[in-house]
Design a binder for this molecule. Structure first.
Ligand code: AMP
Length: 280
C-alpha cells in the first residue's frame, strides 16, 4: 500500500493507475476505522481494480462546540487496517492540503441539507459536500462508496453528483451493526460501558417503528412509537425520530419509508436509520 500526504504525492501515486486505464474505487473516511469502514473497502475491491481510501477529519463539517478536537485520531492503526484490507493508496492529507487557507467556495444542495441532521447541525452538509467534491477532484474515482449508516449524507452526495453532473458512480453499502443492533460508529468510542448499553435504544426505536409500519400503521404512528422508545431511557436525550422518503427526506410514500433517529447518549451524538419497504 502506498501512503500519500499531499495533493502532489497522490497525483504521482495515481499516475500509473490512470495510465493503465484501471478503474478507481474511492472510500472517503474520517478514520478511527472499524468494520463498517472496512466493509466499504471490500465492496470497492470487489468492483474496482484500484482502491483509494482517504482518512481526513474534515473541519468544515463540524459546527462550533462540536467534537472536531476530540474526534478519535488513530493514524497508525488506520494505515495498518487499510493495508490489511487491501487498500492500494491511503490519502492522509493535512487540512491545508485539502482546504486552501481562506477558502470561501462551498456547495449547498438546498433543502435536503437543511432538514433533520441539517437542522441540528447547521452547515454540516455544506461541509460534507464541499470536502467530498474536493476529494473527488483530487482522486478522480470511477466509483465512490458510502455507508447507508449516514443515510442523509448519502442522499446529499447522490443529489450533488446528479445536479453537478459529477462523473462518479455513487455506491451505497449496508450498515454494519454490533450483535445487539448498535450501528458501528467511530463515536461509539466516547461511550462508557453503561452508555454503551443505553445506546442500544436507537436500534430498538427503529425496530419498534418498523414493526408498526409492517402492521399497516400510518407513518405518524410509527414516529410516535419510535419517539416513545427513544425517550424512555434515562441518560438518553432524544433529538428526532422521523419517517421520511429515502431520497428527498420529505414525507414518504406508503411503500418506501426510511426511519431515522438521532439521540445524545452521554458525550456521543448518535444517528441511525432503517429502510422499510411495504408492497401495496
Ligand atoms: P466516517 O469516517 O464516519 O465519516 O464514515 C466514513 C464512511 O463510512 C461513510 O460513508 C459512512 O457512512 C461509512 N460508515 C460509517 N459507519 C458505518 C457502518 N456502521 N456501516 C457501514 N458504513 C459505515
Amino acid at each position: 500500500m502506498r501512503v500519500a500526504h499531499s495533493r502532489s504525492e497522490l497525483r504521482t501515486q495515481l499516475l500509473d493507475t490512470r495510465g493503465s486505464g484501471s478503474d478507481i474505487g474511492f472510500v472517503p473516511t474520517m478514520g478511527a476505522l472499524h468494520a463498517g469502514h472496512l466493509s466499504l473497502v471490500r465492496a470497492a475491491r470487489d468492483q474496482c481494480e484500484t482502491v483509494v481510501m482517504s482518512i481526513f477529519v474534515n473541519p468544515l463539517q463540524f459546527g462550533p462546540g462540536e467534537d472536531f478536537g476530540a474526534y478519535p485520531r488513530r493514524e497508525q492503526d488506520d494505515v495498518e487496517a487499510a493495508e490489511a484490507q487491501g487498500v492500494d493508496v491511503a490519502f492522509l492529507p493535512s487540512v491545508e492540503e485539502v482546504h486552501p487557507p481562506g477558502r470561501t467556495t462551498s456547495i449547498d444542495v438546498g433543502e435536503l441539507a437543511s432538514v433533520l441532521e441539517g437542522e441540528f447541525r447547521p452547515g454540516h452538509f455544506a461541509g460534507v459536500a464541499t470536502v467530498v467534491m474536493t476529494l473527488f477532484d483530487l482522486v478522480q474515482p470511477d466509483k465512490a462508496f458510502f455507508g447507508q449508516k449516514d443515510a442523509q449524507q448519502l442522499a446529499v452526495i447522490r443529489r450533488m453528483v446528479r445536479d453537478l453532473a459529477v462523473p462518479v458512480e455513487i455506491v451505497g453499502c449496508p450498515t454494519v451493526r454490533e450483535e445487539d443492533g448498535l450501528a458501528l460508529s467511530s463515536r461509539n468510542a466516547y461511550l462508557s460501558a453503561t452508555e454503551r448499553k443505553r445506546a442500544m435504544v436507537l436500534f430498538r426505536a427503529l425496530t419498534a417503528g418498523k414493526d408498526r409500519l409492517l402492521e399497516g400503521a400510518e407513518v405518524e404512528e410509527a414516529e410516535g412509537a419510535m419517539w416513545s422508545v427513544l425517550s424512555s431511557v434515562d441518560g438518553v436525550q432524544a433529538e428526532y425520530a422521523r419517517a421520511v422518503d429515502p431520497d428527498t427526506f420529505r414525507a414518504p410514500s406508503r411503500e418506501r419509508v426510511l426511519l431515522v433517529v438521532a439521540a445524545r447518549v452521554g458525550p456521543a451524538r448518535l444517528i441511525d436509520n432503517l429502510l422499510v419497504e411495504r408492497d401495496e
